[in-house]
Ligand binder design. Structure first.
Ligand SMILES: Nc1nc2c(c(=O)[nH]1)N[C@H]1C(S)=C(S)[C@@H](COP(=O)(O)O)O[C@H]1N2
Ligand SMILES: [Mo]
Length: 210
């Protein structure tokens, strides 16, 4: 969200999506499974699936570090009903990633893959919002291990489970497929401002069947 008078409520506080409360005391880590170790020599980042030239892309940590960088401040919304206002992230915009690794014209969705097979699916339009980052830094410092070091996705307008930590790959898809939590009862789209929390709230056409 950009900051404007309309984002503030009657008390001058920043407005949050429905059903969310601000948590200002730190950024507690929340995830399923263990925190992976970062081995810079072994680490790589891949773009695969339906690329324009049918090939796949791979960056070492050193190569990834040379991609164009951007800073963005955004609010972070977890489906567990807490929000963290005004987080400064820096990293590579999804827009710049797809410029470096163009998708085929038929691509409609992406799957973001983390370590250990954690995944989250996104509509291409959601992925390509201007404030979506593949972030290496939070509030001016490299990401702490438990918050996704060395790389995580940040998709501010969707609930936090779509912001895949320990990101290792993006897969271009020509049809939608449910990711880790989307297969386990959470909403396929996850728009925080529309309170799309759970599968049972999905309307026809909002996601593939469970
Ligand atoms: N790889 C991975 N990424 C993940 C998760 C996870 O379990 N594994 N949890 C998600 C959820 S539910 C939230 S709310 C955010 C929490 O990010 P934080 O730990 O930096 O606050 O990470 C998301 N990214
Ligand atoms: Mo979450």
């Amino acid at each position: 969200m950009s900051e404007s008078a309309e984002d503030l409520d009657d008390h001058g506080d920043r407005r949050l999506p429905p059903g969310q409360a601000a948590r200002t005391t730190g950024h507690r880590a929340l995830h399923y499974g263990p925190v992976p170790a970062f081995r810079p020599q072994k680490w790589d980042f891949r773009v695969m699936g339906a690329t324009e030239d049918l090939g796949s892309y791979r960056w070492t940590w050193q190569e990834f570090s040379r991609l164009p960088r951007t800073d963005r401040v955004s609010d972070f919304h977890c489906v567990m009903r807490f929000s963290i206002p005004g987080v400064r992230w820096s990293g590579v915009r999804a827009l710049d990633l797809v410029e470096a690794a163009p998708p085929a014209p038929e691509v409609t969705h992406v799957m973001a893959w983390g370590e250990y097979g954690y995944s989250a699916n996104l509509r291409l339009d959601d992925f390509l919002r201007e404030d979506v980052l593949l972030a290496t830094h939070r509030d001016g410092a490299p990401l702490p291990a438990e918050n996704g070091h060395p790389l995580r996705l940040v998709v501010p307008h969707l609930y936090g489970w779509k912001s895949v930590k320990w990101l290792r790959a993006v897969e271009y898809m020509t049809a939608d497929r449910r990711g880790f939590w989307e297969e386990r009862g959470y909403h396929n789209l996850a728009e925080a401002w529309r309170e799309q929390r759970f599968f049972h709230q999905e309307e026809p056409g909002q996601g593939p069947p469970l």
